[in-house]
Design a protein around this ligand. Sequence first.
Ligand code: PLP
Length: 360
Amino acid sequence: MSNPATAHIDLQALHYNLAQIKKLTPQAKILAMVKSNAYGHGAVPIAKSLENSINAFGVIFVKEALALHAAGIKKTIVVLTGFFDSEELTTINELGFSTVVHNFEQLEILAKTKLNKPLQVWFKIDTGMHRLGFQPHEVLRAYQLLQDNPQVEKPLHLMTHFSDADEITHAKTLKQLACFTSVTKDLVGIKCLPNSSAILQWPEAYSEWVRPGITMYGVSPIADKIGADFGLKPVMTLTSRLIAVHQLKKGETVGYGSTWACPEDMPVGIISIGYGDGYPRNTRSGTPILINGLRCNSIGRVAMDMTAVDLRPLPNAKVGDIATMWGNKLPIEEVAQCSGSIAYELFCRMTQRVHYEYTV
Ligand SMILES: Cc1ncc(COP(=O)(O)O)c(C=O)c1O
């Protein structure tokens, strides 16, 4: 039997979501985030589909940029952690990628590496996330080193990343914004601030470039909301099939650990999907699953290859029927909540074993 677990990727929905983002920030250039295999949607097909509609792609590692390049992607690819050594920097430069520079170690490597063409640099400033970027008191010194380096293309891009933009009442975003405005007030550069949350709810943070990720994939970055609340459509629908149906007696248990017992005589379905495919093991019993489009609940522990479902709402369900784990008519945000996680992580857990189907 081949694995029936299938990620249906709706490229029309992807473009629909991009159009919603562009409506909010019509002047902005789009740095489309396709890191981590385009949030599990497949970096190459997503990038190919988006290439003519966006201005650059964002990845984390050189290896991710190389994969897009090898697939024939010509649009600018920005490597968001930059380079670890001269060799990586040379690769970035020779293949025409752009790079974030976020620490003095990278500036030293840049100073001692002879490049064959101008390097496009995104200068990252830490305004309070405290992951990557130059601290406010370091900004002028680092900026000047880049300005003085003839190998570096001018103007620079200036960027920062928000830590709490998903919370509309959080004062941190305005604080980060004020910090960015203050440290960059005398710098020449093209600014890039908003991620999805800021695009959706912090217009004061809009800049020449925006960096949408999760919203392109139709999902809400804001807790307790779903993509549809922002007019977005899910791009991924994850389905599989029932591979067994049992009539169990009251008191019989289902799955590893016998954690769930039938409260009455009832039909139970076994779906061919598990954490080996990326469906989270820690979804609790009661997590919604659509069987033939009808809402049912998961029961017992998710195993590597199988998940059990309570078929009482659909007593006539049979082997081969379609199970929708998330996507159309079943927001991934809801499933993520039932597993104590977020949609971002669920997407990124998708494994090679799942079959991907793209509809244009
Ligand atoms: C630097 C940076 N910019 C933008 C994004 C996109 O974030 P989101 O998917 O929330 O839009 C990310 C993702 O985490 C990021 O690390």
